[in-house]
Design a protein around this ligand. Sequence first.
Ligand SMILES: [Zn+2]
Length: 508
Amino acid sequence: MSSGRSSTSTRTSSVTRPMPSVHNTPNVTTLGRAIQAGSMNIGPTNTTVRSRPISGIRQASVDRSHISTRNIPTTTLSSSQRRISNDSTRSRLSNQNQFAAATDQRSTISDYSERRTSNASNSSTLASNSNDDASSSNAKVSSIDRQNSHSPSPIDSKLKSGGLTGLQNLGNTCFMNSVLQCLSNTKPLLLFCLQENLADCLNTSSTSVMRGILMREYANLIRKMWTSSENHSVASPSAFKNTVGRFAPRFLGYAQQDSQEFLRYLLQGLNEDVSRVQRKPSPMKIDEKAEERMKEKDRAKFSWERCLLFDNSRIVDIFAGQLKSTLECSHCQYQSITFDMFWDLSIPLPRSKSSSSVQECIQLFMSKEELDGDEKPMCAKCKQKRRCTKKFSIQKCPQILVLHLKRFSQARGRTKLNTYVDFPVNNLKLNDLMDVMSESYEGPAPTYNLFGISNHSGTAYSGHYIAQCKHPFTNQWHEFNDSSVHSLNEKQQIISSNAYVLFYERNN
Ligand SMILES: [Zn+2]
């Protein structure tokens, strides 16, 4: 998902096969009929299943742990996942110019699509004639966005009583249940899963390891959760979990896992499974010099379109945003600018404080940071290692903004920060934050309303996950604690130091 930068970098890409038609809002009448008839399951896709495991988590979100909070190396990645992630970074770095490489080594925007294509070795550029493809995908994206801000439809009333279904704990599966409940209450994703022709959107081509099976199981579970006629019923996620385990063996057992890592895996797996890219993109060349001469906003757009050649799906429409990264040489002031797609933002918590706010954490993530000493990157102008500053900013705001509060660290053994982080339930205003939006972002930044929280209580070694979610059709908050579901008074009960992953929906 990140932008290949140099003329020697490699991307094999292109969308050539006609994209499957994606209807973005369910056909209300037929959906209603299907709900009534209880015929919501999607049958098996007619495809041969390869049990090729997905090796570890593909990181497409941006994590600057080793940048702004050097002493809080993030994560709960296992050593094998870290290795995979590092390998992928290395293989990509070998193809990039040194300046950018030095940046990336530190920012570890290691992402799946890069890894998927990093084996191909010949030089690549986005041929100018692929522009048309790219802009048409873009047009598609904006028309989807428009459709999503739809006014309440008759289906909304049918669904008002849905979704309040608990999920059975299969043995330490609360991490999965809390993520599933947050996603179940993600309105655009829910509507996508409920749409009648979802089976037509499944990507059974070789660009998806799962060949549509993961999405099918996911949608079957969501449909179960939304069409149960009983109040406070409980669904078993075991078929879904088994499917996840088939492709990602690390989720096969019953060990406690990290909910944000699971979320990332799931979103990227679902992205593949409904990808509009059904043929491996062909090689393209990137003319870096020409790109540098472009206006920044055009360059950002160009980079986004290039990302869409690899990752383009309803899941991208809903969750993906674009982050700008600026590396500036303190000697010659040369700026190296790169753009990357992100699924979520892993934001650091201030270390020295017992309480903070999500706005402060976002600003910390976006703040300028100095790279010096061993971390000095190679400046492309000076042709030597220079002290530089590095800064992130948001170039494109996603429809659903997922914020991961980095509570877990492996600094001195595995530890958890229990910092109380305050966050707005309504109207998170990115515009009010200093230096968070890219200078070339046009217009006022959107505001966001919270609709889901994956909460973690306990320690880094033993704990429990629950979800708190706002019902997309009644706006009532509920707490989902595995099989039990109860309603909440938002003001008193939602904000706590257990908040771990926050789900925000864009208002405008
Ligand atoms: Zn320089």
